[in-house]
Design a protein around this ligand. Structure first.
Ligand SMILES: [Ca+2]
Length: 160
């Protein structure tokens, strides 16, 4: 998997008392050529398109107006637009949620905004000129709190 991977060795058997164990003297990881060729300064490997996002859900319930929650996704190919699908819970009005891609505000898809709508899913297109090769940051902000609405949460995100 991308990121840290754990290797664990277990002393599984004394082989009927004939061995006191073993020692691992060295380890080597062979990285396939395609992945190692992009070993630049920011050596975060690009995850394949369509990966899942981390740290979800983004909870913006009962927070001060202006509170922001961010999540990061990776794109290897930014030559064409990416489709972002958002599932959100309890965005009662468009001004309740602000969305930023790499710091630039972008519009919310209409389908996730509905008074007392519960969890709704809709998608929007991310323009290539706002995308970065590698890590991209998506930030949701709690905008105004219309009629005492308690906020909202982002329950799922997907890139295609
Ligand atoms: Ca709400």
């Amino acid at each position: 998997m991308a990121g840290k991977n754990t290797l664990t060795f277990e002393f599984a058997s004394t082989l009927n008392g004939t061995t006191g164990g073993y020692r691992v003297e060295g380890l080597e990881v062979i990285v396939p050529k395609a992945a190692s060729s992009a070993s630049s300064a920011s050596s975060t490997p690009s995850a394949p398109q369509g990966q899942s996002f981390g740290n979800l859900p983004l909870r913006l319930f009962n927070q001060p107006v202006g509170t922001k929650r961010s999540t990061v996704f990776s794109l290897a190919d930014i030559s064409q637009p990416a489709r972002l699908t958002i599932s959100a819970n309890d965005i009662d009005a468009a001004q309740e949620a602000k969305l930023y891609l790499n710091g630039k505000q972008i519009g919310l898809p209409q389908g996730i905004v509905e008074k007392n709508g519960g969890i709704l899913t809709d998608s929007l297109t991310l323009a290539p000129n706002l995308l970065r090769q590698g890590e991209n940051t998506l930030t949701f902000e709690l905008g105004t709190n219309p009629n005492g609405s308690s906020g909202y949460s982002i329950t799922a995100l997907a890139i295609a």
